[in-house]
Design a protein around this ligand. Structure first.
Ligand code: IFM
Length: 437
């Protein structure tokens, strides 16, 4: 079994959450976000669930943070719609909440790892086109400054955005997340503007002297179904859109050709001029990793004309194959091809499981195996030269799993969504025994 001793001095162990998924957006003057509008549309979110109450972390953050005592760091986000309910005017109660939250994180000896955007776009900004409107960069820059004016003096690190692929492609092309579009033009604009918004936020933070700035990207291990030329090319397109688009722009100032093939005609005029700013240096890169994807060509489908092939590995409750080797391969690929010595944090990794609480006990050995197997890959990648500095389990609590509502449980800690009772799972006890200082 791997424990803290198997990792270098200073390697951080933590857990991650996000605002909309746990806080409860009914409280404290939070405004409506595009997730509230999306969930109100029939069939978009399981049971029509929203984050209105979620885990009621807004009121229970103190005892929730107590659960993390002994770990090194806590990754959390601020809700844009709580801070600026109409997208422009400040909700002081929202900032007061994050002020208390950061103090409470520090009081428990944890480093606050802030993410500025984890998908809770104010509905008022979504109505103006959200991530497809070029003004999003200025809006996001202004929001960045409002948040950091209040808590920037105490956070250990700041990520601009969580998972821009989800913000852009999953939400505007695949239609599975808010705003639920299936429009290649909107998707291409969002793929670009999300990076322009990152660049604007970074520039504002650099100008204020804010330290330790990064972005969190999601990656999957992409494999071709077989060695035919069509399927290899389809896998390359998928890899370019999912894995390469963002990291290549951020580290090299280019977009991959295999993705430009389909996206270039829809990009805004002058997009090339933004790349120099997008590629300004990061202090670290956040890597979220959960699974692999097997890809084949689908000639009848619109570009990128790919389809997913079902693999044969054991799956989590999300239906995602468990493929730890993909994390090791990814960390080495990123190091070799993009990041070099840049510090990397595994900012999310975890599994959903249909956990049931029986007399106050939840035994989830598969989750502990999942964590151990992925950490073994992290360790191996570090031995091969990857500069990995920390690992955050997703997630501390069972929470609002977006389009799946409350049906999928990723937490180390079980939440009963009727009573809101928290019950640490077996994996929580093992995680703390192995990795808490
Ligand atoms: O719950 C999400 C999180 O918000 C972003 N990354 C993936 C997780 C599991 O789907």
């Amino acid at each position: 079994m791997l424990t803290r001793q198997d990792f270098p001095e200073g390697f951080l162990f933590g857990a991650a959450t996000s605002a909309y998924q746990i806080e409860g957006s009914d409280f404290g003057g939070c405004g409506p976000s595009h997730w509230d509008s999306f969930a109100a549309r029939k069939g978009k979110v399981a049971n029509g669930d929203t984050g209105a109450r979620a885990c009621d972390h807004y009121h229970r953050y103190g005892s929730d943070l107590d659960l993390l005592r002994g770990l090194d760091a806590y990754r959390f986000s601020t809700n844009w719609a709580r801070v600026l309910p109409d997208g422009r005017s400040v909700n002081q109660a929202g900032l007061d909440f994050y002020d208390r939250l950061v103090d409470a994180i520090l009081a428990r000896g944890l480093r606050p790892f802030l993410t500025l955007y984890h998908w809770d776009l104010p509905a008022a900004l979504a109505q103006k086109g959200g991530w497809t409107n070029p003004d999003i960069a200025r809006w996001f820059g202004d929001y960045t400054e409002v948040v950091l004016d209040r808590i920037g003096d105490r956070v250990a690190s700041v990520a601009t955005l969580n998972e821009p692929w989800c913000v852009a492609w999953l939400s505007h092309f695949l239609g599975q997340h808010a705003p639920g579009l299936s429009d290649i033009g909107a998707a291409a604009r969002a793929m670009h503007y999300v990076l322009v918004a990152h660049a604007e936020s970074m520039q504002r933070m650099r100008a204020r002297g804010q330290q330790n700035l990064g972005i969190v990207l999601n990656f999957e291990h992409v494999q071709s179904h077989d060695n035919t030329a069509e399927n290899l090319a389809a896998a390359a397109r998928s890899d370019a859109i999912f894995n390469r688009w963002f990291v290549e722009a951020l580290t090299k100032g280019t977009y991959p050709q295999a993705a430009l093939q389909g996206l270039q005609p829809h990009l805004p005029a002058g997009w090339q001029d933004d790349l120099a700013l997008i590629a300004r240096p990061l202090d670290w890169l956040g890597v979220n990793y959960y699974t692999r994807q097997i890809v084949a060509a689908d000639p009848g489908a619109p570009w990128p004309a790919t389809r997913a092939i079902s693999g044969t590995l054991p799956r989590t409750d999300m239906g995602w194959e468990v493929y730890p080797q993909g994390l090791g391969a990814l960390l080495n690929r990123l190091t070799d091809d993009y990041t070099g010595k840049l510090p990397i944090y595994v900012t999310e990794n975890g599994m959903a499981r249909a956990d049931h609480c029986a007399q106050g006990t939840i035994n989830d050995p598969e989750r502990w195996r999942f964590i151990q197997d992925h950490l073994a890959q992290v360790r191996q990648a570090m031995q091969n030269g990857a500069n990995v500095k920390g690992y955050f389990y997703w997630s501390l609590l069972d929470n609002y799993e977006w389009a799946f509502g409350y049906d999928k449980r990723f937490g180390l800690v079980h939440v009963d969504f009727d009573t809101l009772q928290r019950t640490p799972k077996q994996s929580y006890h093992r995680y703390m025994a192995a990795f808490a200082a």
